[in-house]
Every structure is written in C-alpha cells, then in structure tokens.
Design a protein around this ligand. Structure first.
Ligand SMILES: C[S@@+](CC[C@H](N)C(=O)[O-])C[C@H]1O[C@@H](n2cnc3c(N)ncnc32)[C@H](O)[C@@H]1O
Length: 373
C-alpha cells in the first residue's frame, strides 16, 4: 500500500489531520501551491486552459512571433497548447519539452491527432538537461508561479538563453514580477481561521510525496482575488513589486529587493498576499493575480497570527530575498522587515518559504494548520 504522509499526521480516530474548513462558511480558504512540483493532473491543466485572459494573451503573442521561426516550448503540458499554436501560426519547427512523463506522452498523442507530428518534436525531460540539434529563434513558456519566479522561470529561462536560444531570440513571456499587499486575514474570512477544505488534501499529499516528507509547504489564498467584497476586507495597503524577471533582458533569478508598503486603511495586519504580474508581450497590459480572477492564486505569507493593529499612514518596510535552492532551479524566498506604526513600537516581522527544505510546524501558523496529535 502506498504511504500517506497526510494520514500519518492524524491522531488515532481523527478524520482530518489538518485544520479543516468548510466552504459554506469560509469565504477564504487555503490551497497548496502546486505549480512548483511535478504533480500537475487533468484538473490543474484544465484550470489553465479555461483561464481566458492567459489564453488570449499567449495566443496573440505566439501568433505574432512564431511565423517562420524555429520554436522551443518549455513545459508544453499535456495539451501542448503553445507548441500547437506556434505550428498553426507557421513556425518552421517546434521542440516541445515536458518533464512529467505522462504529460509528455499525452502531448505526443494530441500532436499526432492534430496532424503536426512532422513539425513538432516532443522531448521528455527537464529543459535544463536536454540538448537541441541547433539553437532556436523563439522560446515560449508558461512556467510562471504563484510568486512570479516560484516555478523556476528565472533559472530555467536563463539556461535556455545561454544554451538553447539564438542570441537575439524572442522570449514569450516578456517580463514578470512578484507583487505584495498587506492583509487582514481575519476580516477577509469573517473571523474564521484559515484552513484546507477536504478537496485540497490530495494535493497536499502529492506535494509531500514529491518532496518525500511533510514540510511547511507554500499555501495560496482562494476566494480573495476574484471577489471585490472580500478583497476590500482583505487588502490593507498599496501594492509593491519585487522579484522582477526580465526574460528578454537582464534576467536575474536571485536578489534582494527593498520594499515598502503604506497602509491605506485601519485593520489587523496578519501577513502579505504575494501575487504576480505578467507581461506576456512587451506592450501588453499585465495579468495581475492580486486583482483579477486567474489560474494563478496569491500565496499567503503569514507574519503575525493574531494580527497587529494598523492605521492609514503606517508602513511596513521589508527586504524580499530570492535564493535558488539546491535543486538549481526553484527559489527559496525570505522576507524580513519592520512595521512602523504611529505611537507604537516598531515590530520586527519575518517569513520564509523554501521549495523543499527540512522544517515542519516551524511557525505558529503551520503549528495551527497541522496540529500535533
Ligand atoms: C504551468 S504548466 C503550463 C502548461 C502549458 N504550457 C500551458 O501553458 O497550458 C507548466 C508545465 O511545465 C512543465 N515544466 C516546468 N518546468 C519545466 C522544465 N524546466 N522543463 C520541462 N518541463 C517543465 C510542468 O511539468 C508543467 O507541465
């Protein structure tokens, strides 16, 4: 029988080994951030295909740049959407790379059925470990994470630039950034603590299994970005950008960004929502996952479980650090800062989120999300 990491966390007799929540009474709930692990399933691919804004921006960019070019599609997925779009637009040849074997197999079948087997070659493996017969003229990829770089776009696309794409070749997307806004989680969720609804547990299990043990996995907030009323209760500040990734320019997968948020209304500051902005083509309006319904959901960076009282004009100053983990691709994130409040002492606050490092129940948030039996 296959081991279940999630079931092992339960006390004898407990049904659910995590802080569970009920979708009826919780406007906001948690999901696992899954895009940075090889756990994509039919549902995950379908959610992306149904994201109209994402599909339209990418389709337009591919139609504009693919004609007459040789193309590399990194992370083609089981539907090979951008490989097929490029071939249909008149690309000379497309190499479609996919690391999940089942997805690569299905992609191959879909490409054959669409009649493009002679113009699209599916390559199973990691783009960072493959070779191409010759460098290509264009690279398309959608490996943008809940935080812009969390799926490894910085390292993966820099490697593609150095080894797989001709000098001057075009990259789609053009640019991404991670965005941050201060949150009042308690108001957003009408006083209820955040939890996982039962439907999320299989994904928590898959992430634990892909790393080989339970750990403090990155979580995302469902129910905020697409509901203006919840957003109004949740967001307490202006928005800043960190982790800029220039895919057609000076691409830096690691760095420290100094940032400052100014509170625009009164509330209890519990942490940050970390989203992403994505410019698929240079002159596009960015896709903005903090404010638009999207297949990308903002990550939650808990900073103060009980929430610290804030007023308009208070500030949260912080350094946001991105370091590539020891797998050479996926970043570990860290944030350290100070809350400056009128008439109150400054409060030092920090958060960290690794891709796969040791550490389980290391903070009050994770101890209450995964209570000890
Ligand atoms: C967010 S999905 C996008 C799928 C499809 N391209 C789309 O836009 O609908 C990312 C896909 O890229 C694959 N992937 C991520 N990094 C990769 C890499 N470096 N090499 C090959 N495949 C990768 C994942 O397994 C997953 O199937």
């Amino acid at each position: 029988m296959q081991r279940s990491f999630v079931a092992e966390l339960a006390a004898p007799g407990d049904k659910v080994p995590v802080r569970a929540c009920d979708l009826e009474s919780n406007p906001v709930w948690l999901f696992a951030s899954i895009g940075e692990y090889p756990v994509y399933d039919d549902v995950a691919y379908e959610v992306m295909i149904k994201d109209e804004r994402r599909m339209n921006r990418y389709s337009e960019a591919v139609r504009r740049y693919a004609p007459g070019r040789t193309v590399l599609d990194i992370g083609t997925g089981q539907d090979a959407v951008w490989a097929l779009a490029a071939a249909r637009a008149g690309a000379r040849h497309v190499w479609a790379v996919e690391v999940i074997p089942r997805s690569a197999q299905i992609a191959r079948k879909n490409i054959e059925q669409a009649g493009f087997a002679d113009r699209i070659t599916v390559v199973e493996g990691l783009s960072t470990e493959i070779e191409l017969p010759e460098p290509v003229e264009m690279c398309v990829s959608e490996i943008i994470g809940t935080l812009g770089g969390s799926e490894g776009a910085g390292r993966v696309l820099r490697d593609a630039r150095e080894r797989l794409v001709r000098p001057g070749g075009v990259f789609i997307p053009h640019r991404s950034a991670t965005t941050a806004v201060a949150l009042d989680v308690s108001s957003a969720n009408l006083g209820e603590p955040l939890g996982f609804p039962p439907l999320v547990l299989p994904y928590v299990e898959k992430v634990f299994a892909s790393v080989g043990r339970p750990f403090d996995l990155r979580v995302v907030l469902e129910g905020v970005q697409d509901n203006p009323k919840v957003r109004e209760r949740a967001y307490l500040s202006d928005v800043v950008e960190v982790e800029p990734l220039e895919f057609n320019g000076d691409l830096r997968p690691e760095g420290v960004d100094a940032a400052e948020l100014t509170f625009t209304r009164e509330g209890r500051f519990s942490g940050l929502a970390l989203g992403m902005r994505l410019w698929v083509a240079e002159d596009d309006e960015p896709i903005d996952s903090l404010f638009q319904p999207s297949s990308w959901t903002p990550a939650y960076a808990p900073l103060a479980e009980e929430g610290l009282p804030v007023r308009p004009g208070d500030r949260f100053e912080f350094d946001f650090t991105t370091v590539v983990s020891d797998d050479g691709v996926h970043p570990d994130y860290g944030l350290a800062g100070e809350l400056h409040r009128a008439g109150a002492r400054t409060a030092p606050l920090s958060w960290g989120s690794t891709h796969h490092a040791d550490g389980f129940r290391t903070t009050p948030f994770y101890r209450s999300l995964f209570p000890r039996p």
